[in-house]
Design a binder for this molecule. Structure first.
Ligand SMILES: Nc1ncnc2c1ncn2[C@@H]1O[C@H](COP(=O)(O)OP(=O)(O)OP(=O)(O)O)[C@@H](O)[C@H]1O
Ligand SMILES: [Mg+2]
Length: 534
């Protein structure tokens, strides 16, 4: 680094010998930007000028008692902004210094602004360091600043009287400019980030909703508007409760401070189905809000239903051979028995067999129709405790006839789940029937309901002889049955239904302890209230 006195000496030499300036004269700054050019230049510096002003006003207030005047210039020395002590202002005005005027050596002589721009370093000129005598009682400090890394964008200068000048002024100004640069840089990054976020938010097909910790919507993008049908203007600034379908999920996340993922949501009016993920947002470990994104999976679900349906139809096609066989057996016996009846009308005992065979055909046809039914489900939030209680009540009498007792270890609170109620009852009926069938001598069937963090587990326990290895291997396989009158379709229907609820079925079985069938269903976050079950 060259010593600053060298800059001053070189400049003074030039002023005297090259520009032939008279040190006793009053400098006249003739070059200036037009009003229009000045406005454009100020706009170019935009936010930076007001950030500089903010910091320098603070500095002025710290230096109360010291007359201080601030001048901000561009990199060519044009004054873009100036403010501060009145007496100094009067002096600079008499010199013709106002916004737009350019500081240049040929007219201003040795001055701190030109030197700071030229050498890219903080410069101080006190009294006679200046070329002109009229500045002998003035102290000027100039520090270059940059907006884009490394490039001088202009200067910030501080003027005061020589008697008030201190050796700390330049350091003070330099550290203020350092802070200004950092602030400008942060603002620039934030702005870029904001623009990127806006672009991302508005172009993504994902619906995005951001709320604060009280559930007030702060961001709601175009895709969210398309999916939910709620106008952006009505959403932003309002509570998440304006979206009753989504609101419980957000409340759940804000309350539990835990994310929820892949929640299926239907928007019937928009005829759309979505999968939604919601994450809690934290700042320094403190909850600040929630971020929700949802994708429209309507066409995917329609396609999935079509695939399931066509798979079913093809399965039914393959099964028809077995089905025909299943029907032909009872039909053959019915035909045979009716022939006997034609000959001997008194053989009424055959009527019973005919009736039971017809019932078997009827059941087979019903189950078959049920199996082939379209996959579309009608899910809604239901209390699984009432569903199990109702089913147990419904089956109580038929169980009694077979010497079986049904027990439901009922929790005290509701357990809301997002399921298709009638399909779910069908699952319970099939499993309870299997449990009763497994106990020809009678016994107890107990049903437990376990509510865990992310899932609900329903267990149906019986005291039967258990399932063999082969029965377990064939679990859920259509038409696999070990019963005389069994169709072997109950477990297959149950598996299908539970799968369509994103759940799973498991089995524990032994000949001493009977069989336990576990249905695991993911807990649904849209149900705000969770029961307190230990
Ligand atoms: N709780 C149980 N204990 C012992 N074996 C069982 C139990 N549940 C199912 N099984 C075995 O699995 C087989 C298949 O059951 P599934 O419910 O699919 O058909 P099914 O009961 O035989 O006839 P249906 O179609 O009338 O239900 C049964 O035949 C039986 O062998
Ligand atoms: Mg069964």
């Amino acid at each position: 680094m060259i010593h600053p006195t060298h800059y001053i000496e070189t400049s003074k030499y030039k002023c005297q010998h090259v520009f032939a300036l008279d040190p006793t004269s009053i400098p006249v700054l003739t070059r200036s930007l037009s009003k229009e050019q000045l406005r454009e230049r100020q706009q170019e510096y935009g936010q930076s000028l007001s950030t500089i002003r903010e910091f320098m006003q603070k500095l002025i207030s710290f230096l109360s008692g010291t007359p201080t005047y601030i001048v901000t210039t561009d990199k060519e020395g044009h004054v873009l902004d100036s403010y501060g002590d009145d007496s100094i202002q009067r002096m600079v005005t008499t010199l013709g210094v106002e916004n737009g005027v350019q500081f240049y050596e040929e007219a201003a002589g040795t001055n701190s602004i030109t030197l700071a721009i030229k050498y890219g370093e903080p410069i101080q000129l006190i009294g006679n360091d200046h070329y002109h005598d009229c500045f002998e009682n003035v102290a000027c400090f100039s520090v270059p600043f940059s907006i884009t890394k490394g490039e001088v964008a202009g200067t910030v200068s501080l003027m005061t009287s020589k008697e008030h000048a201190s050796e700390f002024h330049l350091g003070l100004l330099s550290s203020a400019v350092d802070s200004i640069e950092r602030e400008i840089n942060t603002q620039k990054q934030n702005q870029e980030l904001h623009v990127n976020n806006q672009v991302l938010m508005e172009t993504t097909p994902l619906g995005i909703i951001i709320t604060n910790k009280d559930g007030m919507i702060s961001d709601f993008n175009k895709s969210a508007q398309m999916i939910t049908g709620l106008e952006q203007e009505l959403a932003i600034g309002n509570r998440i409760t304006v979206l009753p379908d989504i609101s419980p999920c957000f409340h759940h996340v804000l309350k539990e401070e835990k994310p929820v993922e892949n929640i299926e949501l239907a928007f019937p009016e928009q005829q759309k189905t979505c999968l939604i993920d919601i994450l809690p947002l934290f700042n320094d470990g403190v909850l600040t809000g929630a971020y929700g994104q949802f994708k429209d999976v309507t066409s995917y679900i329609e396609l999935q239903n079509q695939v399931v349906q066509s798979e079913k139809l093809s399965a039914i096609g393959k099964l028809s051979a077995g089905f025909a066989h299943e029907i032909r057996n009872p039909l053959t016996s019915i035909i045979g028995l009716t022939k006997i009846l034609e000959v001997d009308k008194k053989q009424t005992k055959y009527m019973e067999i005919i009736k039971s065979e017809l019932e078997r055909i009827d059941k087979l046809v019903n189950e078959f129709v049920m199996y082939g039914k379209p996959a579309g489900t009608q899910k809604k939030t239901c209390d699984v405790v009432s569903i199990i209680s109702d089913t147990v009540k419904l089956m109580h009498c038929s169980a009694k006839k077979k010497h079986a007792n049904l027990y439901f270890n009922k929790p005290s609170d509701h357990v809301p789940l997002y399921i298709d109620e009638s399909q779910f009852k069908q699952v319970l009926i099939n499993l309870i029937n299997n449990a009763i069938d497994a106990m020809p001598e009678g016994g107890d069937v107990s049903i437990d309901l376990g509510v865990h963090d992310t899932e609900v587990v329903i267990t149906i326990n019986d005291e039967g002889n258990g399932m063999s290895q082969k029965e377990i291997e064939n679990f859920g396989l259509p038409f696999y049955s070990t019963k005389d009158k069994g169709l072997g379709i109950g477990l297959s229907i149950c598996s299908d239904i539970v799968k369509s609820h994103n759940g799973s079925i498991g089995v524990n079985s032994s000949d001493e302890n009977g069989t336990s069938i576990h249905i695991t269903l993911p807990y649904d976050a849209r149900n705000e209230r969770r029961p307190n079950i230990s």
